[in-house]
Design a protein around this ligand. Structure first.
Ligand SMILES: [Zn+2]
Length: 190
């Protein structure tokens, strides 16, 4: 077997259509991050890459991008097979390019704390992803990732008074997508 041969491209994963299906996918990504994923790790990464590549500016681009953020410790440090790191970096760079330069009036975006403490906030990301991928929007708990940490320090978190729709808007802001793509690229070593 030629280890340099590129893998058969995994078909893009059709976006899940139910909250339970998204939840299962997020749990799959998180199990890979924690090192107890039972399936083909590289195929799980490639499916996310190809799904994002087919949807760089589409309705699920945030979910796929955040999926790669959750997967970035495996890609960067988990000894993925050959031909995995390059397409991950390529698609993240494409997301950053497609979304950067967007002007907005938000003071902060959800990706910013990840630049300071990736490991801490990675633990909270799957919870936010479950809310963000819920096909029936309405929940907003779990979207303010800084709440738990800062709830006793009211001066530290001016975002804590944001409503659910305001938080959602910041998650979906193009600058947030570009920011998360950059965070993952930095973490992987791009
Ligand atoms: Zn914004």
């Amino acid at each position: 077997m030629d280890s340099n041969a590129s893998r058969t491209p995994a078909a893009p994963l059709p976006p899940p259509t139910t909250a339970d299906a998204w939840s299962a996918l997020v749990a799959d990504w998180d199990s890979l991050r924690h090192g107890y994923h039972l399936g083909d790790k590289d195929e799980a990464v490639l499916r996310c890459v190809h799904s994002l590549g087919a949807d760089v500016t589409g309705p699920h681009s945030l979910a796929w991008t955040l999926g790669l953020v959750v997967l970035s410790p495996y890609v960067g440090w988990g000894s993925p097979g050959p031909g995995i790191e390059a397409p991950v970096k390529d698609v993240l760079a494409a997301v950053a390019l497609a979304h950067e330069g967007h002007a907005c009036a938000h003071e902060r975006h959800p990706y910013e704390p990840f630049e300071e403490d990736m490991d801490l906030y990675l633990d909270r990301l799957p919870g936010a992803l479950e809310v963000l991928t819920d096909p029936e929007p309405g929940r907003s708990g779990g979207l303010d990732l800084q709440d738990d940490e800062d709830e006793h320090d009211s001066s530290a978190n001016e975002d804590s008074a944001l409503t659910g729709p305001e938080l959602l808007e910041r998650w979906h802001c193009p600058r947030n997508l570009a920011g998360f793509a950059g965070v993952a690229l930095d973490y992987i070593g791009g």
